[in-house]
Design a protein around this ligand. Structure first.
Ligand code: ATP
Length: 388
């Protein structure tokens, strides 16, 4: 199989985006976007609806042109190059197969369009169909295929062209959950075997985490962070990334530096929770950041909870229990906002057998190596953390 696939695709590409800007009237869809995508890399553009993911992909494909900046493929500036000359294959969310053509002819279509010789077309279609495990349905029409099979035909039509770059825009959006998982595994396996530079757009963080070599998190047209899934999840560089990644997402609570008996520390606002900081952590908090306001972050899975106060420092009342099957999510009340009277809540994950009910008290301990701090005004992370 590996030999077969290596014969199919070999042409590789490095993509460089330099200060790219794209506006639609008053909307700035892409703001000063800089990114280097390595040859053979699998990069996922991740962000909420409307953040500019598709626009960035269309700019790379040549379906839109940037107002400012440069798009380079293998060192060549392609800003003015028409899509057909960029050697890129695009798979859209809604895979438009030709209903009157067989699977074979759908896959062969891009080759026929550029008048590739028939024996060559036949060989390439069959090789691609074998990889995608649709070789036994080449004679069928799209109407009798399942969603996942149609998706693979659409991918096959992209693969058969042997382009330098694949651009996949939510290609699994209309598949059911099981099919998404299967197709996700298939895409990952194929990309590994083929080794073509691939950019995949999604708003689904699980899809992004499982597929990407690196994830580019985008918000309001701005690249927030680029890093491996591990880096983006464990070392978020901004409040947006911290709040976007994870299910449930990171707890983010207002905090301030203060002093109390026994020394100084970080207090979670409107609570009795004081955290002792290392000298290094304390030194990292500039006067400017203190003026801007601090936001403390910790993921639910980095909080240990027990029924008894043994070795635990923080008491909290259970506000809500959400049973999710494999785990329970507990919303715990740490205090009350003095003006709004809203509860100050923190979420923890517990084993489903953890014996607790609403109104009960439990004891918490934060994993000190996993605590985050952000500047509320700039929204940037204050502490640099080493990944373990
Ligand atoms: P989704 O996940 O919903 O597809 P997205 O992250 O891909 O969203 P884009 O489609 O790139 O976002 O859109 C970014 C912004 O640009 C949005 O505010 C959108 O409304 C705007 N936009 C995109 N295309 C056009 C257009 N052709 N004309 C006007 N505005 C546009």
């Amino acid at each position: 199989m590996a030999k077969l696939t290596s014969q199919i695709l070999r042409s590789m590409a490095h993509i460089k985006l330099e200060n790219v800007v794209k506006r639609f009237g008053d909307v700035i869809a892409v703001k000063d976007f800089n990114l280097d995508i390595e040859d053979k890399e699998f990069v996922v553009f991740l962000g909420p609806s409307g953040c500019g993911k598709t626009t960035m992909l269309r700019l790379i494909a040549g379906l839109e042109s940037p107002e400012e900046g440069n798009i380079l493929i293998d060192g060549q500036r392609v800003n003015e190059l028409p899509p057909a000359d960029r050697d890129i294959a695009f798979v859209f969310q809604f895979y438009a197969l030709y209903p009157h053509l067989s699977v074979y002819d759908n896959i062969a279509f891009p080759l026929k369009a550029v008048k590739v010789a028939k024996p060559e077309i036949d060989a390439r279609v069959k090789r691609v169909a074998t990889i995608l495990q649709i070789a036994d349905m080449l004679h069928r029409k799209p109407s009798v295929l399942s969603g996942g099979e149609m998706q693979r035909v659409a991918l096959g039509r992209a693969m058969v062209r042997q382009p330098k770059v694949y651009l996949l825009d939510e290609p699994m959006a209309n598949l059911d959950a099981k099919m998404r998982m299967d197709t996700r595994a298939e895409i990952k396996r194929l990309q590994h075997e083929i080794g073509a530079t691939t950019i995949f757009v999604t708003h689904d963080q699980v899809e992004a985490m499982s597929l990407a070599d690196r994830i580019a998190v985008i918000h309001q047209g701005v690249l927030q962070q680029i890093g491996t899934p591990h880096e983006v999840y464990n070392r978020p560089e901004s409040l947006f990334v911290a709040g976007f990644m994870g299910m449930p997402t990171m707890n983010l609570l207002d905090a301030e530096l203060g002093t109390r008996e026994g020394g100084s520390g970080l207090r979670l606002s409107h609570t009795d929770v004081w955290l002792t900081l290392s000298p290094h952590q304390q030194a990292g908090i500039s006067a400017t950041a203190q003026n801007n306001g601090l936001v403390f972050g910790i993921r639910p899975e980095h909080i240990n909870a027990t029924r008894e106060p043994v070795g635990r420092k923080i008491a909290a009342e259970v506000h809500l229990v959400e049973p999710l099957g494999a785990v329970n999510i507990l919303d715990l009340r740490l205090g009350t906002h003095p003006e709004t009277q809203e509860p100050i809540l923190i979420r923890v994950r517990t084993h489903p057998t953890f014996p607790i009910a609403v109104g009960g008290t439990i004891w918490l301990d934060f994993d000190e190596a996993q605590m985050h701090l952000f500047d509320r005004k700039t929204e940037y992370a204050i502490w640099e953390r080493n990944l373990t």
